[in-house]
Design a protein around this ligand. Structure first.
Ligand code: HEM
Ligand SMILES: CC(C)=CCC/C(C)=C/CC/C(C)=C/COP(=O)(O)OP(=O)(O)O
Length: 301
């Protein structure tokens, strides 16, 4: 029996790594690191490294549990059908054990080595992604990513809490930035992969409400996102490096988002360049804006 299982489920370390959604999680971990480095209190490098490791493992655990729960959906989409579970390289129980084990380990280590505040927020973000987003909202409402997307906005708060043991206005603004950034980030992508979501029966906004509404919503969310991004500067929570970089990066974001929002419905077979450009830029945007906050904190007197 054991031989049969190992023949049909030839999972290796690469499959376990794929369960953690490593590419998406690099940005999640980066925002956590920047939240930690932007805090006014220094943290010992070993403890800082441990806290970031816990965020990475916790985010990876959430990704694994997401893939454990929705292997059926993933099997219907081109983008996801090669993942370890739908491709038949791993059994669901291994994914579940891996995800739960990693989640418990990351939270326990954060609580024991760092502090309870960081461990508590890490727990909330894992539960938010797995239970609120994946299990509850994703298959039920096109608002899934607005509410569930909060999960991905917690890491800057976790990083800050790891350094200081508490939360403050600046990390709350960073939370708002990622929270409000998520709809334009995801809906830009959803516009060009909507057929996949329709095939899988996932009620993403372009599938349920149509392309026009999605474009308008992208434009509308960009406005408060821009305010959250720039606010730390006039509020005196960040200096000139952050101010200049965030204004410039946000202006370009706004320009690309406006192009997508005002575009008429794309014709059949359209290559969706403006939407792809906004999606790609959204990733660069968060990397640069969060990086600027750290540069500001460490380079300016
Ligand atoms: C509910 C909220 C979100 C949804 C539904 C979403 C969805 C997606 C999807 C479907 C992709 C395509 C990549 C793939 O094939 O796996 C993607 C890419 C990406 N997302 Fe998001 N995302 C969300 C929030 C976030 C957050 C909060 C971050 C980080 C702060 C993030 C960072 C990224 C990055 C870095 C990529 C590019 C990965 C690559 O190069 O393959 N996303 N997102
Ligand atoms: C610290 C911590 C727990 C962080 C969690 C981070 C988090 C919520 C990231 C969200 C990004 C993500 C992988 C969305 C994919 O949505 P999807 O699952 O609908 O995408 P899929 O179709 O690719 O599976």
């Amino acid at each position: 029996m054991t031989t049969a299982v190992s023949l049909t489920m030839p999972a290796d370390w690469r499959d376990f790594l794929a369960l953690t959604k490593p590419r998406v999680m690099t940005l999640v971990v980066f925002t956590g690191l920047c939240g930690m480095l932007a805090a006014p209190v220094g943290i010992h490098p070993v403890l800082g490294f441990t806290a970031i490791l816990c965020i990475a493992l916790g985010a990876g655990a959430a990704g694994a549990l997401n893939q454990w729960y929705e292997a059926d959906l993933d099997a219907h989409m081109k983008r996801t059908r090669g993942r370890p579970l739908p491709a038949g390289r791993m059994d669901r129980q291994s994914a579940l054990h891996f995800g739960v084990g990693l989640a418990v380990f990351s939270v326990a280590l954060m609580g024991l080595a760092i502090n309870l505040a960081a461990a508590a927020i890490l727990t909330v973000s894992i539960l938010f992604y797995v239970l609120i987003y994946t299990v509850w909202l994703k298959r039920r409402t096109p608002q899934n990513i607005v509410i569930g997307g909060a999960a991905g906005a917690f890491p800057p708060l976790i990083g800050w809490a790891a350094a200081t043991g508490e939360i403050a206005l600046l990390p709350l603004l960073l939370f708002s930035l990622v929270f409000l950034w998520t709809p334009p980030h995801f809906w830009a992508l959803a516009l060009f992969v909507r057929m996949d979501y329709a095939a899988a029966g996932v009620p993403m906004l372009p599938v349920v409400a149509g392309e026009r509404t999605t474009r308008t919503q992208i434009g509308l969310y960009t406005i408060p996102m821009a305010l959250a991004a720039i606010a730390p500067w006039p509020l005196g929570l960040a200096g000139a490096i952050y101010g200049v970089v965030s204004v410039a990066m946000t202006a370009v974001f706004g320009w690309f988002a406006l192009g997508v929002a005002l575009r008429t419905t794309a014709p059949e077979g359209d290559t969706m360049q403006p939407e792809k450009r906004l999606f790609g830029y959204s990733i660069l945007y968060l990397f640069v804006v969060f990086g600027a906050l750290v540069a500001d904190r460490w380079l300016l007197p």
